[in-house]
Design a protein around this ligand. Structure first.
Ligand code: FUB
Length: 321
């Protein structure tokens, strides 16, 4: 079942959703029309703050809890507060956010609060060794936290190989292995990587890494991880083919094997999502532009998500009028 948009009051995108204290908390990007023209690098996504939302139940109204973090309070930030995620450990909430630094390079920062809705207080510097965008923080059953991140084109992932900046960013050729999302375990204090980020490799049905030219299946951005019946499900956007796909594996690091499409293209260029279990049922939160009609002003909605008996996920399609 495709459900309603969370709000028409402001534009929100890039839903990261978690259950904290028995409620749903939604950590979205906040789209605003700041007059920056659209380009292939996403300069029009010129976000300046995060509004955090909560929902008591899956059918109740989403409550705007106000601004949890503003770009003016991040000492090292330049512009573009993109997709964030949140995590909880030992009485503290952590908000992970990508923002361009003052030299226009995306880094990932951490901010801390006593409450899930913030306000969050940012650390004075970005995470050491962080780069690119779209952090997703996943807590495994043993209490370890892992960050998945990365995004190509405007997300700058093509500027790096082996975690080192290239002199000049370049995508692999179509016949070469695709650029991978990255995964790293977080340190116990949740503030830094505990290891060098690794490639999250997605294999095809023959055990071969997906190729860069496989635009229908290869990773572009918008990592998310959930675990279902002991299996790790990595879900992500294919970007220029506008799908949310999934790949499964037996370890948080993978390798993962491509399985199929979770969400067919929605209205608007970008697609982004999170998967959450709430009161024994599974949901996908995602955004589209049905309300605004323009790519830079997105709105979050949600749908029921079904894992079939064999572990596969039913593909969701939004039928627009
Ligand atoms: O919201 C800005 C960017 O657009 C996100 O970081 C991407 O995942 C895409 O949704």
């Amino acid at each position: 079942m495709i459900r309603k948009h969370l709000t028409k009051d402001i534009y929100i995108a890039d839903a990261a959703v978690h259950v904290f204290n028995g409620k749903l908390y939604i950590y979205p990007s906040h789209d605003e029309d700041t007059g920056v023209p659209e380009d292939d690098l996403g300069s029009h996504f010129d976000m300046r703050d995060y509004h955090i939302f909560s929902m008591e139940d899956i059918d109740t109204e989403a409550v705007d809890e106000g601004v949890g973090l503003h770009i003016k309070d991040i000492p090292w930030a330049g512009r573009q507060l993109w997709d964030s995620d949140a995590a909880y450990k030992d009485g503290k909430y952590y908000l992970y956010f990508p923002v361009k630094d003052k030299t226009d390079i995306f880094r990932i920062g951490v901010a801390i609060s006593d409450k899930p809705e913030g306000p969050f207080v940012p650390q004075p510097a970005p995470m050491i060794g962080s780069y690119s965008i779209d952090p997703c923080v996943f807590k495994d059953d043993d209490g370890s936290h892992y960050m998945y991140f990365g995004g190509i084109w405007g997300g700058q992932l093509q500027w790096y190989r082996n975690n080192k900046a290239l002199q000049c960013g370049v995508l692999p050729e179509d016949h070469e292995e695709a650029l991978c999302a990255k995964v790293a375990r977080l340190r116990n204090d949740m503030l830094e990587f505990d290891e060098t980020p690794r490639d999250l490799v997605i294999l095809d049905e023959n055990g071969q890494a997906l190729l860069q030219g496989d635009n229908e299946r290869r990773f572009f951005e918008a990592s998310w991880m959930h675990k279902y019946k002991g299996k790790y499900y990595f879900t992500y956007s294919t970007g220029d083919t506008h799908k949310i796909c999934y790949a499964t594996g037996n370890k948080p690091y993978g390798p993962f094997t491509y399985q199929g499409v979770v969400l067919n293209p929605v209205s608007g260029w970008t697609t982004h999502h999170s998967v959450v279990e709430f009161k024994g049922k599974w949901y996908i939160f995602f955004h589209d532009v049905e309300i605004s009609g323009v790519t830079p002003l997105r709105s979050i909605r949600y749908a029921d998500l079904t894992h079939r008996e064999d572990g596969s996920i039913e593909t969701i399609t939004v039928d627009y009028p």
